[in-house]
Design a protein around this ligand. Structure first.
Ligand SMILES: [Zn+2]
Length: 453
């Protein structure tokens, strides 16, 4: 039991620390890169943290939170159950995860059998959460008595497996009735959109989405000034009891930066895809990503610097993102692979041609994703490989280059080619969305308004 509590606590500390780190990037990004950036290594002094830390999708399962039984010094709480929430990592099986919690093999077998009457255990996906219920034992050093578990099938359905009095297990599906509400929030930015947004009561997950939606256009380290403004309208789903179930999409947002207002609207296209568009019907998404990796920190910028292995000063024609070995690397844009293989000091290297003008390159990979090879077409955001330290490299990192007309340019500075622009009928439909959204927004009360000075 103690180890479980301890593990939960450590996981909490880890999550809190990562939350802090991802919050920090907007706070202080000492980005002025001097001419000679010293080292290309993961252990190099941190110049900055990557613009977005959205978590590593390949992260292993983690205990999210624990409600431990009270300490032995508290009044008796013997009938209060507690829950361990576990998250499925890559390749995890339900039975393996329950075993890790110290649950008896026979209970695991019987509970999974009950589950399979309403849900196939192998449908549990990476990242899915399972909430396991225990009754505390008097001896807190032992794991509690296993009472069952529940799985969120999606936002509206939950599968509950519970232990009966006779020791057998039964399962059922519970449907949650949710009401959709809209939340309007606005305020002023002091130093960082993230921090000011949190102060205004915007949930962290919504802010991450907001930053992601704008990250194509806004450099959150350079473009934010004190006094800039934000407005946002997002969906919130409530249970019948009036509790928040989850936050949905951002339908509208506007950032007013140095007096210029940039509004984006969520719009569903005829083909069923949804995307953000500005007031002119131009996609907010750009043709290329500046940071084709999540949860990394910029460890070396573009420019002249002393090479860590070769020792002499030379031009660094890309940017380096330090990240743990195995972190997925994404294709920065749609295109086709023109090179996938070993390339001298670059180690395992992939180059993608996006159009007649732009290509991107990714170096020092540990390995390529399945099926990556010359001629293969890739979509933006598709995983093409994993961070490693192959070639001339002193630690796991992604070396990323953007080539324009065959020459490397600074990925953090290059003006990104824009995404699609709606025309004709599609533009008309979008304009109707825009009008309706604007009307909705102004009809809502400002839920959280904080003078953030
Ligand atoms: Zn590099």
């Amino acid at each position: 039991m103690l180890t479980l509590v301890l593990r939960g606590f450590l996981a909490f500390v880890f999550l809190a620390a990562s939350a802090f780190l991802s919050a920090r990037f907007v706070l202080d990004w000492p980005l002025e890169l001097s001419g000679d950036e010293p080292v290309e290594t993961a252990s190099a002094p941190t110049l900055s943290i990557a613009p977005i830390s959205l978590g590593n999708p390949a992260a292993a399962k983690a205990v999210l939170h624990t409600q431990p039984p009270s300490s032995p010094f508290d009044p008796p709480v013997i009938f209060r159950t507690y829950e361990e929430t576990i998250r499925a990592g890559r390749g995890d099986t339900l039975s393996g995860m329950l075993t890790d919690l110290g649950i008896d093999a026979e209970d695991i077998r019987a509970s999974i059998q009950a589950l399979s009457k309403v849900y196939r255990p192998r449908d549990i996906k990476q990242g899915q959460e399972i909430s396991v219920t225990f009754l505390p034992n008097e001896n807190l050093f032992n794991a509690g008595t296993f009472l069952g578990f529940s799985i969120e099938r999606d936002f509206t359905k939950r599968i509950v497996v519970s232990k009966n009095d006779d020791g057998s297990f039964s399962s059922k599906q519970v449907t949650l009735d949710l009401n959709r509400t809209l939340v309007r929030s606005e305020g002023q930015i002091k130093n960082s959109l993230y921090v000011s947004g949190r102060k205004a009561g915007i949930p962290a997950a919504v802010l991450v989405e907001l930053i992601r939606a704008y990250s194509w256009d806004v450099d959150f380290q350079r473009d934010i000034r004190t006094g800039d403004k934000f407005q946002v309208m997002f969906e919130r789903y409530m249970t019948e009891e009036g509790e928040e179930a989850y936050n949905g999409n951002i339908l509208f947002a506007a950032l007013t930066l140095s007096g210029t207002r940039n509004a984006i609207y969520l719009h569903k296209l005829k083909d069923g895809n949804t995307d953000y568009f500005n007031e002119k019907g131009q996609s907010a998404r750009k043709a290329l990503m500046r940071t084709p990796i999540d949860g990394a920190r910029l460890s070396s910028g573009y420019g002249r610097r002393k090479h860590p292995i070769l020792g002499y000063t030379r031009m660094h024609r890309g940017v380096d993102f330090a990240a743990p070995r195995g972190t997925p690397i994404y294709a920065a844009g749609n295109g086709s692979i023109t090179y996938a293989g070993w390339k001298g000091g670059y180690g395992k290297y992939i180059r993608i041609r996006h159009n007649g003008e732009y290509s991107t390159a990714y170096a020092h990979m540990r390995r390529f994703a399945k099926g990556m090879g010359t001629g293969r077409r890739v979509r933006q955001g598709q995983i093409i490989g994993y961070v490693g330290t192959t070639g001339r490299s002193t630690g796991p990192h992604l070396h990323y280059e953007i080539m324009r007309g065959g020459r490397q340019t600074n990925p953090l500075r290059v003006k990104m080619p824009s995404g699609r622009k709606l025309k004709g009928k599609a533009l008309e439909t979008f304009m109707a969305t825009l009008t309706q959204t604007d009307r909705l927004y102004s009809s809502l009360p400002v839920e959280f308004k904080v003078a953030d000075k």
